[in-house]
Design a protein around this ligand. Structure first.
Ligand SMILES: Nc1ncnc2c1ncn2[C@@H]1O[C@H](COP(=O)(O)OP(=O)(O)OP(=O)(O)O)[C@@H](O)[C@H]1O
Ligand SMILES: [Mg+2]
Length: 234
């Protein structure tokens, strides 16, 4: 049987001629359903590019990608949008909350684009689960960093996706809040969600069952279970 996510020799080149940037340089990767995987690597190594390709936000320049046996490069824009909205929950690098919207309105936003039948009451349930029961009506602009991160997680979960893609979900948080966020991811993973998480932090990576290192657009599986602690920043 094929893995949930199968990437073969993926490349991504931005720009043209003299301005070419080879962000991914032949990435082959298989991710199984239910895995919790960390992607770790220096700034500019291609982590976000890889996550965007996996999440059907961006497309590879060359290479093959199967998502749950669907050959993604052959999908049209509409099909890709449907995959993106229904299969994935995204937590982007800067959270991307709408500042002038309330917390609950931010969480409900993805439902505008979804054909899934999700009751609006799910937003309140998620916020309660994430410890934000008293913040439903607060404007996003009035939240702390940790609260913003949790709203971004609630928004990523509203569509009940089976794959969660998180770009540095603990990057802007203090250690305690970062731990709380990791506990939420670990719980979601126990419930069966597949999680792919970018981090610069080895301690965070060590909490994932699998770690993939990326450097200069190439990936390498980290075989040992534990890697030296510290923060990977260039
Ligand atoms: N839209 C774009 N146009 C041109 N170049 C881009 C674009 N997006 C990314 N790049 C380049 O591709 C390379 C990989 O970028 P990417 O954002 O994937 O890195 P990253 O590993 O996520 O870095 P960081 O840890 O800083 O977020 C970088 O050299 C970057 O400058
Ligand atoms: Mg990035």
């Amino acid at each position: 049987m094929m893995s949930l996510i199968c990437l073969k020799e993926i490349t991504k080149v931005y720009g043209k001629n003299n301005n070419e940037v080879r962000a991914l340089n032949g990435v082959t990767l298989h991710i199984e359903s239910g895995e919790m995987t960390a992607i770790i690597g220096p700034s500019g190594s291609g982590k976000t590019t890889l996550l965007n390709i996996i999440g059907c936000v961006d497309q590879a320049t060359t290479g093959e990608y199967w998502l749950n046996n669907v050959y993604v490069p052959d999908c049209g824009q509409k099909e890709k949008a449907k995959l993106r909205n229904e299969r994935f929950g995204f937590i982007v690098q800067d959270f991307a909350l709408v500042e002038r919207y309330s917390v609950i309105k931010n969480v409900l936003l993805p439902l505008t684009y979804s054909s899934k039948k999700i009751p609006k009451s799910r937003a309140a349930e998620l916020l309660d689960m994430l410890g934000l029961s008293d913040k439903h009506k607060t404007l996003a602009s009035d939240l702390s960093g940790g609260q913003r991160q949790r709203v971004a997680i609630a928004r990523a979960l509203i569509n009940d996706p089976d794959i969660i893609l998180a770009d540095e979900p603990t990057g802007a948080l203090d250690v305690k809040t970062g731990n709380e966020v990791m506990e939420i991811f670990e719980q979601l993973n126990r419930e069966g969600k597949t999680i792919i998480m970018i981090t610069h932090n080895y301690e965070i990576a060590n909490r994932c069952k699998r770690t993939i290192m990326i450097e200069d657009g190439r990936t390498e599986e980290k075989k040992s279970t534990k890697i030296a602690c510290g923060v990977f920043r260039l």
